[in-house]
Design a protein around this ligand. Structure first.
Ligand code: ARG
Length: 465
């Protein structure tokens, strides 16, 4: 019989028992559940609500249960609805009346809210650390490929030459923003619902500030009804995961494109590729594709919880039981995808000659040629027109701008001189864009320094979560 069976004349059916249970999801937070119970027992004893003798029996009993769960030897009972029932039921079996006093001034409603917050904090701390590792990987790749030149794109058309390091660092900043979102979600989760009981608080003289301290929360939640029904911190977690997966997915899309025969910018290592069961030549970027695919599920988890929450009146409703699985799934998925991305980047081979060769195609120097005229006094709008016509001329004669003779340039404008040649070289073009945040060598060097400083700060912050 369930621990709540007193007012019932018959038990639930086998089907509804299983339908209503959250034990499978809850198994991932047994450690948090036991930690919270130990804090509750210590507080009850400090407040004189239970004896010290009961406190030690409870704490020893809970530690024994945790030992078995750690070791995988705990005998789970399928009739237990959730982790709270499983732990308490077994505790009562082991230590009798002392165990039966643990639930004084407590409800599963504040219990589950406490467990999930502890779990969310653990998951977010891990994500923060992995996020730093990923950013370190991007910095390393940018340093290694510092002056590799590639075509920069807009509308997927060749636009202007850029440094590959600059391109990679653009992702660094996306993940740096993700770090902030992860820490914000952590801060939101860092509040203690324990002691709110079912919804209204309790008549026992509980010391909520003491359990807050024991459990390492920042503060006790101010309103007991909000405390048992709030899952905003999980929405924050799910949003942080969704945005970060979206960033990973964009990078995967590039990795997949760069590995095509048409692009040939990179080759993924064998360790991050798979073959085909029929086509012997195939080497597929499966893990980049899988990461891109998983981003869909992670976004789905966010939407699912938003929809679950939107119809809930105060305070606890069983619907809330649905909040755990998606959060755990998204956190694990993001973590695994970050690890995978680190491996892909660390081991890929970069074909810098192919990147440079492509950077020359598609008239990527056109803006610089227009700037050349503008710097000699021609209004930019007019220079744009002149170079546009030159591009049309080149297309008709199957030439690149770099193939034009000085006479052909002069026919377009007599402001052109021999020195226009230096504005046609993609490496030179990329090197020269040194506005703050630009792709020039000096600008990217400065950017790298700022990225390294930011990462150092975030690594320290992640270690302190
Ligand atoms: N298994 C429940 C959950 O995960 C725990 C709280 C249940 N409370 C209740 N009154 N039924 O949300």
């Amino acid at each position: 019989m369930a621990l709540w069976s007193g007012r019932f004349e018959q038990g639930v059916s086998e089907f509804t028992q299983e339908f209503g249970a959250s034990l499978e999801d809850d198994k991932s937070m047994y450690a948090q559940d036991i930690t919270a119970s130990i804090a509750h027992a210590r507080m009850l004893a400090k407040q004189g609500i239970i004896s010290q003798e009961d406190e030690s029996k409870i704490v020893d009993g809970l530690q024994k249960i945790k030992g078995e769960m750690d070791a995988g030897t705990f005998e789970w009972d399928v009739n237990d609805e959730d982790i709270h029932m499983a732990v308490e039921g077994r505790l009562i079996k082991d230590v009798g009346a002392a165990g039966a006093r643990l639930h004084t001034g407590r409800s599963r409603n504040d219990q589950v809210a406490t467990d999930i917050r502890l779990l969310a904090k653990d998951m977010l701390a891990e994500l923060a650390q992995e996020n730093c590792k990923l950013r370190a990987t991007l910095i390393k790749a940018a340093e290694k490929n510092f002056d590799v030149v590639m075509p920069g794109y807009t509308h997927m058309q060749h636009a202007q030459p850029v440094l590959f390091s600059h391109h990679l660092l653009a992702y660094y900043w996306m993940f740096a923003r993700d770090f902030k979102r992860i820490v914000d979600a952590y801060d939101d989760a860092d509040a203690n619902p324990l002691g709110s009981a079912a919804l209204a608080g309790t008549t026992y003289p509980l010391d909520r500030f003491y359990t807050t301290e024991l459990l390492g929360f920042d503060h006790p939640i101010q309103n007991s009804m909000d405390a048992v029904s709030d899952r905003d911190y999980l929405l924050d977690l799910l949003y942080a995961c969704s945005v970060s997966m979206m960033h990973l997915s964009r990078l995967c899309e590039e990795i997949i494109t760069w590995s095509t025969t048409e692009f040939g910018f990179i080759t993924l290592s064998d360790a991050y590729s798979t073959g085909s069961s029929i086509m012997p030549q195939k080497k597929n970027p499966d893990f980049a594709e899988l990461t891109r695919g998983k981003s869909g599920r992670v976004v789905g988890n966010l939407v699912a919880l938003l929809v679950t929450m939107k119809g809930l009146p105060l305070a606890y409703n069983k619907d809330l039981q649905e909040c755990k699985r998606g959060a755990m799934d998204s956190a694990k998925t993001l973590r695994d995808c970050m690890v995978c991305m680190e491996g892909m980047i660390d081991t890929w081979e970069v074909h810098k000659d192919k990147m440079l060769a492509e950077a020359k195609l598609g008239f990527t120097a056109a803006t610089d040629v227009a700037d050349y005229l503008a710097k000699r006094g021609m209004p930019f709008r007019q220079a744009h027109e002149v170079v546009g016509e030159l591009v049309l001329y080149c297309e008709k004669h199957h030439k690149g701008l770099e193939d034009l003779t000085i006479d052909e340039f002069r026919a377009a404008s007599d402001l052109f001189d021999e020195d226009v040649a230096k504005d046609l070289d993609p490496a030179g073009i990329a090197r020269a864009r040194n506005t703050y945040g630009g792709t020039g060598h000096d600008a990217v060097r400065q950017q790298l320094e700022e990225a390294r400083d930011g990462l150092r700060e975030d690594e320290a912050a992640a270690a302190s979560l």
